[in-house]
Design a binder for this molecule. Structure first.
Ligand SMILES: Cc1cc2nc3c(=O)[nH]c(=O)nc-3n(C[C@H](O)[C@H](O)[C@H](O)COP(=O)(O)OP(=O)(O)OC[C@H]3O[C@@H](n4cnc5c(N)ncnc54)[C@H](O)[C@@H]3O)c2cc1C
Length: 423
């Protein structure tokens, strides 16, 4: 079904479109959506739409960019592959093609998502940035205000609202003293494509998560000279151990052993494979990798070859930045060094508090659901969240399945009530 055409038609006959005393002027477009509105056409939004479709519930997906999976298509570097084996990254109801490698490339993952959208006939409305979503107590409905490319506004009115804008909706850019003096290129990893553009350059990478570590490796492979700012302790684990993926092995061990013991095991095997990472300036946190992930959401780095480059001295480790000067960086230990460019691998955050006018389900501080996993997917008054579990695509798939089941119950009850009233 072409939803945009369908809703255009409905709008004309829509009783909600011209509310008296409405804050929004009558000239603005207003659209009644019979099923849920899903904000965001990333993997989470697509998974929610597919699970609903399978239950016979139509939905409308609103996406601010001009494509599905905009994080993957527009904001990731060329050499990116899924960090976790493919069986942990599948969306519900459709497996990866058999011929895909264990760690699919970014292009393969995008291809999979495009096939997924096609299979479930998910056609998001693109270039629709949601500015505000608010529950109208009088109507018992959600009012979702979005703007298009020409800044034309549309209000979507619906009974269910599914937040799928992701944990990575906005770049985190740190305040660094002297940033305006630096003069060289300063970019966030969301705009970094390949080390090709930095050939022969001295580059400082800020942040030692999975992206920062991999960008350093990519820079090395393109004959740049990267240095890595490590401000905090970090767990680095080999991507594979004992012939299995470290993630898969951990999940399996957790079925039989307590988390502390699995952490102990991971650290011993990592030490045997990688050696003492502290010797190279990468101290480990006191708490084990899985426990830390559970407590703070901080993901361990899965090494894909960066550590060898750190050991060989091709990648240098630096302490925190004190301030920037023209083409140079002053570190907190008093040292200064010249750099051509700086890449900020400083992560992302949720943008939910900027547009969702609701303070019960989502924390204003970090834009994530307040209820801990696995209960963060459901709020009040038909509000849902998919993909905010800090558990990647696996967590998103669980949310999507739960949400579709929950909404299906109401949808079917409504349909029964409707047919009893009108037949
Ligand atoms: C570099 C990188 C590698 C990763 N690798 C893995 C991996 O291997 N395995 C794994 O499980 N996870 C991985 N992740 C985690 C990642 O979060 C998920 O893979 C996935 O992209 C999350 O999907 P999502 O739909 O929740 O969020 P996103 O993919 O961020 O999609 C959210 C969508 O919402 C849209 N949006 C945001 N705000 C608005 C608005 N106001 N109005 C309308 N639309 C809006 C965005 O444009 C975007 O398209 C990785 C993340 C990164 C950054």
């Amino acid at each position: 079904m072409d939803y945009s055409r369908e809703i255009e038609g409905k709008r004309v006959h829509d009783p909600y479109c011209n509310w008296p005393n409405d804050k929004i002027s009558r000239s603005k477009r207003c659209v009644w959506v019979p099923g849920p509105v899903i904000v965001g056409a990333g993997p989470s939004g697509l998974a929610a739409a597919a699970c609903l479709k399978e239950k016979g519930v139509p939905s409308l997906v609103l996406e601010r960019s001009n494509c599905i999976a905009s994080l993957w298509q527009l904001k990731t570097y060329d050499r990116l592959r899924l960090h976790l084996p493919k069986q942990f990254c599948e969306l519900p109801l459709m497996s990866f093609p058999q011929e895909f490698p264990t760690y699919p490339t970014k292009q393969q993952f995008i291809h999979y998502l495009e096939s997924y959208a096609k299979k479930f006939d998910i056609r998001p409305l693109f270039n629709q940035t949601v500015l505000c979503a608010e529950y109208d107590q009088n109507l018992g409905l959600w009012r979702v205000r979005a703007t298009g490319l020409k800044e034309e506004e549309t209000e979507y009115v619906c009974r269910w609202l599914i937040v799928a804008t992701g944990e990575n909706a906005a770049e985190v850019v740190p305040q660094i003293e002297g940033i305006e003096e630096f003069g060289g290129i300063i970019v966030h990893t969301s705009r970094y494509k390949s080390g090709d553009a930095f050939k022969g350059n001295k580059v400082l990478v800020v942040g030692c998560g999975n992206s920062g570590m991999e960008v350093c490796l990519d820079l090395c492979n393109h004959n740049a000279s990267p240095s890595l700012v490590v401000r905090d302790t970090v767990h680095i684990l080999p991507r594979e151990m004992l012939g299995r993926s470290t993630f898969g092995l951990s999940m399996w061990l957790l079925k039989w052993l307590p988390m502390r013991l699995v952490d102990r095991f991971l650290l011993i095997v990592s030490w045997l494979i990688l050696g003492d990472t502290g010797r190279f300036g990468l101290d480990r946190p006191q708490v084990g990798p899985l426990e830390l992930k559970n407590l703070s959401g901080k993901t361990p780095v899965l090494d894909v070859g960066t550590l060898a480059k750190i050991k060989s001295g091709d990648i240098k480790i630096c302490p925190s930045i004190k301030r920037l000067r023209h083409q140079s960086v002053e570190f907190v230990d008093g040292r200064s060094e010249n750099f051509d460019s700086i890449i900020l691998a400083t992560g992302y955050k949720s943008n939910v508090p900027s547009w969702l006018k609701e303070r019960e389900m989502f924390s204003e501080k970090d834009g994530l659901p307040k209820k801990p996993f696995p209960n963060g997917w459901k709020g009040e008054c038909g509000l849902y969240a998919v993909g905010f579990t800090k558990r990647g695509l696996l967590g998103a798939s669980m949310d999507a399945t739960n949400i579709a089941q929950d909404i299906e119950t109401c949808w079917k009850a409504d349909a029964k009530h409707f047919s009893a009233t009108f037949n």
